[in-house]
Design a protein around this ligand. Structure first.
Ligand code: ZN
Length: 110
């Protein structure tokens, strides 16, 4: 699996796990100790609930970057950089209109 597919899968798994309660997440964690994507997704969701927004932001930046543009999903919110054309599905990027490829906010681009 290449990195983009892996990141996309992780992001999708995180999305799916956001609806579960902490007990269900605990059970999943027990059952798939060897599956890194699931583990990371669970850790991210738990962090979202228990720790603080910066942890989630960091996890998003590290893992959810550069979701593949080839995945056809019109329902999926995304943002396209006006400078480099990169599509991001990262919620923080969408909210703040930020491009992780250019490392710039869209509003501050020349
Ligand atoms: Zn860009």
């Amino acid at each position: 699996m290449n990195k983009r597919d892996r990141d996309w899968m992780l992001e999708e798994t995180i999305r799916a796990y956001r609806g579960l309660d902490d007990d269900a997440l605990g059970v999943l964690k027990e059952h798939w100790p060897a599956d890194r994507i699931r583990q990371e997704a669970i850790a991210t969701v738990l962090a979202e609930r228990e720790v603080d927004a910066r942890v989630v932001q960091q996890a998003d930046t590290e893992h959810a970057w550069g979701a593949p543009v080839t995945v056809p999903d019109k329902e999926r919110p995304s943002i396209t950089c006006p400078t480099c054309g990169m599509v991001s599905y990262n919620h923080n990027d969408i909210r703040e209109r930020y491009c992780g490829h250019c490392h710039q906010f869209h509003d501050e681009m020349p």
